[in-house]
Design a protein around this ligand. Structure first.
Ligand code: GLN
Ligand code: ZN
Length: 762
């Protein structure tokens, strides 16, 4: 029985790569220094995996920015707009091209946009999306793959296993940049190049090769399935003598099981953390020769593996195919895990004993192999940790569980219909047509960040800190009044982050010091860890929202983060369904909503920025998710009086197939992103005859560009042609936290002018 790993975090335990890359971009260090940092991380990672006793160790999983971008360069898939940069073939020139594709290029009289970036399947990692044209040419260009294999071989010998994204997923996760062809049709051309690559790796001494094909766990068309058959048959014929391992993750193979198990390959990896139930079917269909890699250690979460559970899966596989055909592995690349739990010195030791980060997960893979071989002591130690978590009062609060199970549909439903509430709101607030508002945050300037860090360091007292925040909050309120916004916000200056701020005040959450995970390029996030039943010991936002409300006669919108977003942007419990945790958070937010209402706040926004991104990859699983996610939102809002106006906000508004669920949230007002699509995303709302009020974002806050009044009026006219004008609000796409003040001022002044203009017209 072998062990393997699929990929390891590359930012470095101290985020060395982030720091070095940012210095390199700022011109503060030379390329050679950046490369030294990279090589040191790469080698340390290999040694860690070697020391852990892993048999097949990935190489080429390191990347300066993103592994899909690396692949595009390796395959010569450089979009035409970067051609001016191709002439510089020095090392520096090549790196300039690489980072230009990742981040855009504005130098030497050139102004080239970056390639698009999007979420890697259902993770919070973002990759650079390959771009294809109908006459796309592929040819082996980059040398990083070969260089990395040579170094790996020197250190790891025949344990070195090059990793590449597989040809079909590479195409499917990319995008056509021209009309008139489908990217999957490029499979023949691409396979030829993969065959060359594989033969070159073989000549360099490779035996195992890992090809990641996560798309095998997605819904596939007949054409896409055929592409898998074609590509892997050609590879088997024309690059013989290699042991090809195809890895899948993040969901079950389902209807692709026969396809995946019958590819002419040596081994198949399946994710048994996300989809343990698929083992049965895979074992039924598996042909004699195929080895099976069991992804039993969770690569997406921070919890210690339950060995007993994993062993039962391993035993089942061994029984059917024999130990020599089984490989033990993490569920997916460990890229999505924080690096090293040993660096956490401040986590409660009892809870820390339930956790494992990437380095510890390698050890778990090895221990499972050892236990299978008879090391009972390791199993016993694990059982003790697992059962202490199961019984711990730090985790389990009966009151929380009881309260959630007593929640009824009535609790999750507003008192009266939207029509009746809308009438009450119009009487209470007397808004003009097309009322104006913002999404919540205002620019988090260096001054504000500085305040927070001084306070954290203890250089400011709580009084001093709060006084400074009060001043900033008061100023932003006065400014909003001055420019004539209708519903004001307090600016969120007291918040570090929209999830962390709540997590820090809720029970059942913990925070790490070093639990960084790469989000994109040099950007890392440090998600909170939800370890126990969630409850709210006291008010969280009432102090700041009430303070803000007192500074103005205008309505002040209270600002909360919704349960699904808190869940989505945290490491969550694996000992109960996500739906249960969402429900518990929902109860806490519900109490906060009621506390705000009691404090006289008439308008409350519950942000569900991440609701759309939690949507499962497989269509068949989506409605179940939406049912509990929407229910969680309804629990937060269901307790208020009819006269209170509930808003929600969502960042990504591609709602085509899920609009009835969005409507079921029954928010009085929803604000969404639409400006980049020129209001096209509103068509789904129009087709559905969406009944409640809606604020389609009229300008893109992700860019510093100031939109003109005319542009925004045009968008509003379009919105008014699609939806009843009396239901429309006017607001930006999202919060203004990442913007600077000059553009924010100019843009919002123009936005208010656009609202005034459209009021006159309609
Ligand atoms: N209220 C939050 C803000 O304005 C919403 C952010 C978001 O949707 N990502 O920053
Ligand atoms: Zn948003």
């Amino acid at each position: 029985m072998l062990t393997q790993n699929l990929g390891y975090p590359r930012i470095g335990g101290q985020r060395q790569l982030k720091k070095a890359a940012e210095k390199f971009w700022a011109g503060k260090i030379a390329l050679s220094e950046l490369k030294e940092v990279a090589i040191a991380i790469r080698e340390a990672n290999w040694k860690t995996q070697l020391d852990a006793g892993i048999d097949l160790i990935p190489c080429n999983d390191f990347s300066f920015y993103d592994q899909m971008l690396d692949t595009s360069l390796l395959l010569g898939a450089v979009p035409e707009r970067y051609y001016p940069l191709l002439s510089d073939t020095t090392k520096e020139g090549k790196m300039a091209l690489y980072f230009a594709m990742a981040r855009g290029y504005q130098k030497n009289g050139l102004d080239i946009t970056a390639m698009e970036m999007t979420k890697w399947l259902d993770t919070n990692y973002h990759y650079i999306v390959p771009e294809f044209t109908h006459d796309q040419v592929f040819k082996i260009e980059g040398e990083q793959l070969f260089e990395s294999f040579e170094s790996a071989k020197a250190l790891l010998g025949n344990k070195a296993k090059p990793v590449l994204i597989g040809p079909v997923s590479y195409l499917l996760l990319g995008k056509e940049k021209q009309a008139g062809f489908e990217r999957i049709e490029l499979i023949q051309k691409l396979t030829t190049v993969y065959i060359d690559l594989l033969n070159q790796l073989k000549a360099a001494g490779a035996s195992w090769i890992q090809l990641d094909e996560p798309c095998l766990a997605l819904d596939l068309t007949a054409k896409e399935k055929a592409a898998f058959v074609f590509a892997y048959n050609e590879i088997a014929k024309q690059a013989p003598g290699l042991q090809i391992l195809v890895s899948t993750y993040f969901d079950a193979l389902l209807d692709n099981t026969a396809l995946a198990t019958h590819l002419p390959i040596s081994a198949l990896h399946i994710d048994l953390v996300r989809a343990p139930e698929q083992l049965e079917e895979v074992l039924t269909q598996i042909p004699d020769k195929l080895q099976l890699s069991l992804g039993v250690v969770d690569g997406r979460n921070v919890w210690k593996n339950d060995y007993e559970k994993s062993l039962s899966l391993i035993r089942k596989a061994v029984e059917k195919i024999g130990a020599d055909k089984v490989i033990i592995a993490p569920s997916c690349s460990l890229l999505h895990s924080p690096i090293d739990l040993d660096l956490e010195t401040e986590i409660d030791p009892e809870i820390k004993n339930w956790m494992a980060f990437a380095k510890q997960k390698l050890r778990e893979v090895k221990e499972l192999q050892e236990i299978f071989a008879g090391n009972d002591a390791l199993l016993t130690a694990n059982q003790i940790a697992i059962s202490s978590r199961k019984a711990s009062q730090k985790v389990h609060k009966q009151q929380v569980k009881d309260r959630l199970s007593a929640i009824t549909d009535v609790d999750a439903t507003r008192q009266s219909s939207f029509a009746k509430r809308q009438h009450l709101h119009h009487e209470r607030f007397k808004f003009p047509a097309f009322p104006t508002t913002t999404i919540g945050s205002f620019p988090q300037t260096d001054d504000i960040r500085q305040l927070r860090s001084l306070f954290k360091k203890g250089s400011l007292t709580l009084d001093q800190y709060e006084a400074a925040l009060e001043k900033a909050t008061t100023e932003v309120i006065k400014w909003q009044e001055q420019i004539g916004l209708d519903v004001l916000v307090h600016g969120e200056y007291e918040r570090n982050d929209m999830v962390e701020y709540f997590g820090e005040q809720l029970e059942g959450f913990l925070f790490t010091k070093n639990g960084w995970v790469q989000s994109y390029g040099s950007r890392c996030v440090k998600p909170p860890v939800i370890f126990g039943d969630v409850s709210r010991p006291s008010d969280m936002t009432v102090r700041w929202i009430s303070f803000a409300a007192k500074q103005t006669q205008k309505p002040m919108k209270g600002m909360l983060t919704g349960p699904v977003t808190i869940l989505q942007w945290s490491f969550v419990r694996d000992d109960q369904p996500r739906a249960t945790t969402a429900g518990q958070i929902a109860l806490a937010i519900r109490d906060e909503v009621l506390a705000l209402e009691k404090a006289g706040i008439g308008i409350i926004q519950i942000d569900e920025a991440a609701l759309r991104e939690g949507l499962p990859l497989r269509k068949t699983k989506q409605s179940q998710y939406l049912n509990w996610a929407i229910k969680a939102f309804r629990i937060t809002a269901g307790g208020v009086q009819d006269r209170t106006q509930i808003h929600t906000h969502m960042c990504y508004s591609e709602f085509n197939n899920i609009i009835e669920h969005i409507a079921a949230m029954d928010a009085d007002v929803i604000t969404i992103e639409t400006s980049r699509s020129q209001m096209e995303l509103l068509e789904a709302f129009a087709d559905f005859a969406y009944p409640n009020e809606i604020g389609p974002g009229v300008y893109d806050i992700h860019s510093p560009r100031v939109p003109t009044t005319e542009e925004m009026t045009t968008l509003l006219r379009k919105a008014a042609s699609l939806l009843p004008p009396r239901n429309l609000w006017v607001n930006p796409d999202c919060g203004l936290k990442t913007r600077k003040w000059p553009e924010t001022r100019a843009a919002l002044i123009n936005m208010v002018a656009a609202a005034r203009q459209i009021r006159e017209e309609i």
